[in-house]
Design a protein around this ligand. Structure first.
Ligand SMILES: *[C@@H]1O[C@H](CO)[C@@H](O)[C@H](O)[C@H]1NC(C)=O
Ligand SMILES: *[C@@H]1O[C@H](CO)[C@@H](O)[C@H](O)[C@H]1NC(C)=O
Ligand SMILES: *[C@@H]1O[C@H](CO)[C@@H](O)[C@H](O)[C@H]1NC(C)=O
Length: 522
């Protein structure tokens, strides 16, 4: 199937000059697009050309591992990438590269295969929590994910290859080996647990995993091998048509479903929610009054930081935790109150926080030990900066095994706003940046709220006076024509605050954005 699509597309477009512009597939630091059989999206031809471009980048005699999430088109994209990779090598004078395919996998496991030297390059075919018709590629070498520049260069090279792609040599079968790398990754996590908690393992703990039909289901093997009771887990069968929507631990439906499963089951010690490709996580935990409550967003950052603080020997130098831009002031107070810990609020985007943490280590000599986002991404320096929700999950489970009780006892001191929402303003015309710029200027200039000048993106306003404590923040979305408004304040003032901010925005851009989310606050 990959072959015929490749042929058709090339025939249709062979009159075009110069290189194809594939830059529209750049998204954050990844490659993403809608899976369609033409040049407006991500298709097997593009994947084939990316395979060739990646082979060129790596050079001869290299091996790669490919994994994918359960999306139905993952298989054809895998095959076409492999064909491209092997073709490029058979065109070179020194061939003999080969490809290992592991099938369903998580993004961190593919990264791990490069870090451990199992292969020279890793490719994960996934579009994470995006709808089922999207797909994408995350590409790794032993140095980590491709940088934005490397990714852009790869797209350019693939565009050049696409322009004069000779398919005669297309390679099928040879040089491809099926492997089961997930079992290697399971062993890695099992070893980690054994090292942290010793002989006793996770015996006596009842853990519910909700992998939502994504690739994260393998985590139950890890927990089970360590002695936990995982029998109450739900949605473990991978299903690329995502009957309940793509798994996403920030999604209210997934949170609600997981809480209900805990309530049915009763004595669950911790529930773990994973996203489609296993790099993000969220938790549900029993509270001190016995209800099941989410342990996500600011609470997630607080728990991970508290565990890190516990694991550091006394008298160690100050450790820094780099977070995304929408973390709360309560969280900052909590982290800075932990012995030897400091929080640095940076920007949205998991590669942004990871790169900032690496930079702090390298350029400022700071011990930046954790890069973490409220969305559930987190990467420990001690784990080679690997962004891994399953690793974070076992870190939390080990802490629970060691201390007993409830995980959220660790964050009892976290001050939380009674109103916490992310509201979205859809931009109704094309000039997103213009509209955003007008909104930001108006809010900054308003004078009723204090601008946080240390904030690294968008505009963050600190409340005070009649508004009580709290803050709100406006920023343009990284991926969509959307302006996001994060609000954390007292429940009692929320509706009035949102409506006054709405008036300021309306004065600046009128009907060029939709106000639905803001109007819904009462
Ligand atoms: C996946 O979900 C679809 C849609 O609900 C369903 O029809 C299909 O049977 C499921 N496939 C598997 C393998 O469970
Ligand atoms: C804005 O978008 C519409 C519909 O997508 C399009 O027809 C129009 O040309 C765009 N305008 C500009 C200025 O890009
Ligand atoms: C809304 O968009 C239109 C079209 O770009 C523009 O002419 C107009 O000035 C905008 N209105 C406001 C209030 O910004």
């Amino acid at each position: 199937m990959a072959m015929s699509l490749v042929t058709i597309v090339i025939l249709l477009t062979s009159t075009a000059a110069a290189a194809y512009d594939l830059s529209f597939l750049a998204s954050g630091c990844d490659i993403r697009g809608t899976f369609v059989d033409d040049l407006t999206g991500l298709n097997p031809t593009v994947s084939y050309c990316l395979g060739r471009a990646f082979a060129k980048k790596l050079g001869p005699y290299k091996t790669i591992l490919l994994g994918r999430d359960p999306r139905t088109h993952g298989e054809v994209l895998t095959k076409s990438f492999c064909s491209g990779f092997l073709d490029e090598n058979s065109l070179a004078t020194t061939p003999s590269s080969h490809v290992k395919i592991t099938g369903l996998a998580t993004t961190p496991s593919v990264f791990h295969s490069c870090l451990t030297g199992f292969v020279d390059g890793g490719v994960m075919i996934t579009a994470s929590h995006l709808p089922k018709d999207r797909n994408g590629l995350k590409i790794f070498t032993k140095d980590g994910p491709l940088s934005v520049k490397e990714r852009d260069d790869l797209l350019k090279e693939a565009g050049r290859i696409m322009d004069d792609c000779d398919l005669d040599g297309t390679h099928i079968g040879e040089g491809i080996e099926n492997v089961n790398f997930m079992s290697v990754y399971v062993s890695f996590l099992v070893d980690f647990v054994n090292e942290r908690v010793g002989e006793k393992g996770l015996a006596g703990l009842k853990i519910l995993v909700n992998s939502g039909g994504g690739s994260g289901y393998f985590l139950v093997d890890v927990l089970e091998q360590c002695g936990a009771d995982v029998s109450s887990s739900i949605n473990l069968s991978p299903n690329g048509s995502f009957p309940k929507g793509p798994p996403n631990p920030e999604n209210k439906k997934m949170v609600k479903e997981t809480i209900e499963a805990c309530e049915r089951e009763k004595n669950v010690d911790l529930a773990i929610m994973l996203d489609t490709d296993g790099d993000r996580v969220g938790f549900i935990t029993p509270s001190s009054t016995g209800e099941y409550v989410p342990l996500n967003r600011n609470r997630f950052v607080a728990v991970m930081t508290a565990i890190l603080a516990n694991s550091r020997p006394e008298g160690e130098e100050t450790a820094y935790v780099v977070t995304d831009s929408v973390t709360s002031t309560g969280l900052e107070k909590f982290v800075n109150g932990l012995p030897g810990m400091r929080m640095i609020r940076f920007k949205k985007g998991y590669m942004n926080v990871i790169n900032e943490a690496k930079r702090l280590c390298k350029e400022e000599g700071k011990a930046a030990e954790l890069a973490i986002e409220t969305s559930g991404h987190s990467a420990f320096r001690a784990n080679n900066w690997m962004d891994d929700g399953t690793y974070s999950a076992v870190v939390v489970v080990c802490e629970l095994a060691k201390r007993g009780g409830r995980v959220n006892d660790m964050i009892a001191g976290l001050e939380e706003a009674s109103f916490e929402e992310e509201l979205r303003l859809q931009v109704l015309e094309n000039e997103t940046s213009d509209v955003y710029a007008k909104i930001e200027a108006a809010v900054r200039g308003d004078g009723r709220w204090m601008v946080d000048e240390l904030n690294k993106e968008g505009v963050r306003l600190v409340l005070g006076g009649k508004w009580g404590s709290g803050w709100f923040m406006l920023r343009p979305s990284l991926h969509d024509p959307v302006v996001s408004m994060q609000v954390e304040c007292d429940e009692g003032v929320a509706a009035k605050l949102v409506s006054e901010v709405r008036n300021v925005i309306f004065g600046a851009v009128g009907d060029n954005v939709s106000y639905g989310d803001l109007d819904a606050i009462e």
